[in-house]
Design a protein around this ligand. Structure first.
Ligand SMILES: NC(=O)c1ccc[n+]([C@@H]2O[C@H](COP(=O)([O-])OP(=O)(O)OC[C@H]3O[C@@H](n4cnc5c(N)ncnc54)[C@H](OP(=O)(O)O)[C@@H]3O)[C@@H](O)[C@H]2O)c1
Length: 438
């Protein structure tokens, strides 16, 4: 991927809304609205104007009422748009600086929204966790997005900002000459209540597994990306389930979107060792950006689900088996989508979690443990991250690339996103560093 052209002068277009939340009536969308309202016209916030968009004004109105409760709903425009009507999307994109897209599954509904944003030079952020969609958008729209000055960044939610910013945070705790060979992320979803996900996320996962061959085909059709220089040999594949003594967790290897997104960030960094130049960057920011990226040490990255007991992994193993077997056939997919609660052993429901359920919530010689921690992943952490990413784009526009399809890590790594997340309930902590006996 070529470096962004930072020599062109960027003329900001006057837009009616700083942010339009598309899919605001959805389960996740309404939580994103609630998070965005916290920053609308508050002191020092760059968010001065907000609109909601979706297929049904009445459902948008219900979502706004829920999101602003117990206060009366603020006067916010409710705009109608449907992904099957490209002109409605062009109208949205023409009015917004940024569209926050919460309409999923992205494999089904995402492309027309990306296309409209790129065409209109509008910035686009979403909460997608579907690798094939993200890579297809990069293959199809990157060049045009650079040309039109549209920043397209998927995975600005739980997928994959904690992994991306977490890896960069972790990297800073390796003082030279030591450098990591691999970073294993353990995803621990412990809560005093059973964790439940909404149908939209489950449907996206079923369709993702069913179409996994499309990602393989897409990659075969594209030029190979650069590989980062990582010290030492590639780590062994290891077993699918293992006990992690230091953390006292049972880990189950996950085919996670996070590892794919991190790999793309590291590939872009290898191709652009100083990161991506901003559209109108100050000399001071250039120095800051270059110093930031020179401190990052690429590593092999993997994700495991971490549970206190082996038995805790059982529902995920069963869901993985059901998804793997049934998603390959149309009858199997129909059964999976018809009975989400049965096949996920209660982890996903058609009607989503209740508000109460959401509210709770070479041989290596050195080991560094860091921790990223936040509230419930889908409907609390994801909206916090998406809204903070959007505020960075509004606030820090001159220091970000003018346009292109990118991962969150390569765009937001050198910005104040990590600090903003810390201030909004997502913590990044250094836990320990020790020498390992070899
Ligand atoms: N990465 C993460 O961490 C994370 C977390 C949470 C969710 N997600 C993803 O977010 C997506 C949404 O999940 P959800 O649970 O919120 O789903 P949902 O409740 O089903 O919401 C879907 C939204 O999309 C809208 N929509 C559907 N078809 C549309 C169309 N043709 N045109 C315009 N709008 C349309 C719906 O509008 P109507 O009201 O008109 O039906 C609704 O607002 C999923 O892909 C999920 O995987 C990701």
């Amino acid at each position: 991927m070529a470096e962004n052209n930072s020599n062109q002068t960027f003329t900001p277009i006057s837009k009616t809304y700083d942010i339009i939340i598309f899919g605001a009536s959805g389960f996740t969308g309404k939580y994103v609205v609630r998070e965005a309202l916290k920053f609308l016209n508050t002191p020092n916030s760059p968010l001065k104007s907000l609109a909601l968009a979706g297929r049904s004004p009445s459902r948008l109105s219900v979502a706004l009422k829920w999101a602003s409760g117990p206060n009366p709903p603020p006067k916010i425009p409710l705009l109608t748009a449907d992904t099957s009507d490209p002109s409605s999307l062009i109208r949205l994109a023409a009015q917004a600086k940024i569209i926050l897209n919460c309409v999923g599954p992205f494999r089904l509904y995402g492309e027309p929204v990306v296309s409209a944003c790129v065409e209109s030079g509008c910035d686009y952020l979403d909460i997608c966790g579907e690798p094939e969609f993200m890579e297809r958008m990069e293959a199809s729209y990157h060049e045009k997005a650079v040309e039109k000055g549209s920043l397209v960044i998927s995975a600005c939610g739980f997928d994959s900002v904690p992994a991306e910013i977490g890896l960069l945070f972790h990297s800073r705790h390796w003082a030279g000459p030591s450098a990591p060979n691999r970073v294993e992320a353990y995803l621990s979803l412990d809560s005093d209540k059973k964790l439940v996900g909404n149908f939209g996320t489950y449907e996206s996962a079923v369709l993702g597994v069913a179409n996994s061959n499309k990602l393989v085909e897409l990659r075969r059709s594209r030029p190979k990306r650069a590989r980062p220089a990582i010290p030492g040999p590639a780590p062994p594949k290891g077993s699918i389930i293992e006990h992690q003594k230091q953390l006292d967790l049972w880990g189950l290897k996950l085919p996670s979107a996070d590892s794919i997104v991190v790999r793309r960030t590291l590939a872009t960094l290898t191709e652009n060792p100083h990161g991506l130049p901003g559209v109108n960057e100050s000399v001071e920011n250039v120095k800051k950006r270059e110093a930031f990226w020179s401190s990052v040490k690429p590593a092999h990255f993997g994700v495991k689900l971490g549970k206190k007991s082996l038995f805790g992994l059982f529902p995920v193993i069963m869901l993985g088996i059901f998804l793997g077997l049934l998603s390959q056939f149309s009858l199997g997919r129909w059964l999976l989508l018809k009975f989400p609660s049965f096949f996920s052993l209660g982890t996903f429901r058609k009607e989503g979690p209740s508000e109460d359920e959401v509210a709770r919530k070479k041989k290596p010689d050195t080991e560094v443990i860091t921790r990223v921690m936040g509230p419930e992943i889908g409907y609390l952490t994801t909206p916090i991250i998406l809204v903070q990413c959007a505020l960075v784009v509004l606030n820090d526009h001159d220091n970000l690339p003018k346009g292109g399809v990118f991962t969150p890590g390569i765009v937001f790594g050198p910005t104040d996103l990590e600090k903003r997340l810390q201030e909004n309930g997502i913590s990044f902590d250094f836990i320990s560093k020790k020498a390992l006996s070899t």
